[in-house]
Design a protein around this ligand. Sequence first.
Ligand code: GLU
Length: 478
Amino acid sequence: MKRYRLRYAPSPTGYLHIGNTRTALMNFLFAKHYNGDFIVRIEDTDQERNVEGALESQFDNMDWLGINADESYLKPKAEFGAYMQSMKFERYQQLANQLIAEKKAYKCWCTPEELEEDRERQLAKGIVAPQYNRKCLNNQDDLNNSDKPFNIRFLVPENKIYKINDIVRGEVEFNSKEIGDFVILKSNAIATYNFAVVVDDVDMQITHVVRGEEHISNTPRQCMIYEAFGWDEPAFCHLTLIVDDTKKKLSKRSGNAVFFISQYREQGYLPEALFNYIALLGWSPKVEQEIFTIEQFIEMFDEKRFSKSPSTFDMVKMKWINSQWMKKLSEDEYFDFTKKFIDTSRFDIDSKSTEWLKNVLMLYKKELEFGAQINDHLDMFFNNFELSQETKITLEQFKDIKEMIEDLKVKIESLQNFDEENLKELIKQLGIDHSKKGKELFMPVRIFTTKSEHGPELAKTISLLGKEKVIENINSIL
Ligand code: GLU
């Protein structure tokens, strides 16, 4: 069997986001499952749209996710040509000239204004999808010596059916009459996407092209180029759209979803969790389980299990998967990870011992969905605040508690060892002495000691708050 070679081919026009990460990741899994090669190649022919730093950022975020390229412009292999289109101008030029010599392509001197005028004319006649009128095709010799700039156009075969056997969609047919003669090399000598992509896939011996479904309409053009050169086509695999909860294509404007990988990093998501979630976008394993490692995904991968319908990006599930991965961290790993996301402008962690901080963060290990969420919980340990309106209302439901709370204060003041065990005992005794139990006991104690009606294990929380702070809290409410 031929060695599988798959590629992710980003343009350096933007950053790594959920959509292009899914493409990269599926190519990676597909290649690795079959012990093949995963290649990252840069499609940078549209130099004007290049964004400074986008490329470095894409590589950095892919590394972080564990989507590592076997070959890229950073790790090139000479036999496969350059890994960046801007380094291959001569190659495209030479191949375009070859097509002209074989009368499979031709020069076109029409100016953008002329093309636009003709388009308008066709639209006015009711033609919905105007095509190039082939004005230059029949004038090749006459104009050849002109020093006007020209594009090179591919001569689309007449009325021919192109079939793609897509791994996701099955057989898809296109009629060439729907496709006009398209430009393969622009007047500035830069190859267009549909031409360069074929040349590169052939040069790099790509066996499977896995990409987003927005490229399916480009595929017949690419098939024509393969045919013109007599090259073998790779297998095609067009992944269905990822949509947001309004069913629109996921984008940076999608309401509840976070779009860029760097944003997840900044908010304290784990790379294993992102990989895990994105691998389930438009692909599903045979088993019901949802938490898998990269190695498990590689092992389980099966190209027959791509979804045929769009997949909805679900932020709730993303968070759930991250919380599952956070639970797997050891105490030390969890502490080191979560600590990085504490907003130190709000919480003065330097004034506290590491041991204490670790115990505080551990209170939330089971419930945190992502690192930065820790900031929603730390106020009670670091800052002074008033009871919220909501908590005041809750507290008003408990009648005749003043005596109990005053006793609580006395008991706390005289407690020698302010640890969890003793505090549990203290609360139990308080209940007995005042004939209160369950919520009647715990809610008032929680609110008076912590100033919040929700929170983690009460005795542990009180011990971490410390005697002084707890007394201050009780006094401020009394
Ligand atoms: N540069 C193209 C993109 O970013 C890649 C298309 C392809 O994989 O053929 O969409």
